[in-house]
Design a protein around this ligand. Sequence first.
Ligand SMILES: [Ca+2]
Length: 165
Amino acid sequence: MKRVVFSLLSMMLASSIAVGASAKETSNIAASTSAAQSAHSVITPMAIFKDREPNDTRAEANVFIIGDGNQITGSFPRGDSADWFTFTPTKTETYRFYFSHSSFQRYSLRLHGDGLGKVAEITFDSPVRYFDVTVQAGTTYYLGAEAHFRNYNEDDTYDIYTYKI
Ligand SMILES: [Ca+2]
């Protein structure tokens, strides 16, 4: 998509130069560039990664690809109290990890990094349901959700949203 936009812009710029662009035409090109970039950012696909058993240990962790707006969605039905996910960022970037679930459930979330130990945690009793972490390119991380106390009559699902800050 980006390549197509850039090629189109190059053609537009080349034709403007050939005929001698006025200041107004130049500003129109700038406006269309900005519009094309906005359209591109709006249509960037976001991915939802599902909780797939077995994933109760780091060795069995499900794959996750961290990205702006990407999400993990899972649940803790009877007999399941831990879900692990692993990801290796390709860029060093700061993300907010937002952990969402029913207030009837006592769930926790922690992030470990290879060689880094535990880098962040949301305990089951914490009123703050997010943490911010600068993830390092090439480092493998493990994200673990855990159910401590459950109400089986209520919604047992959870979501982990990651977005760039
Ligand atoms: Ca599990």
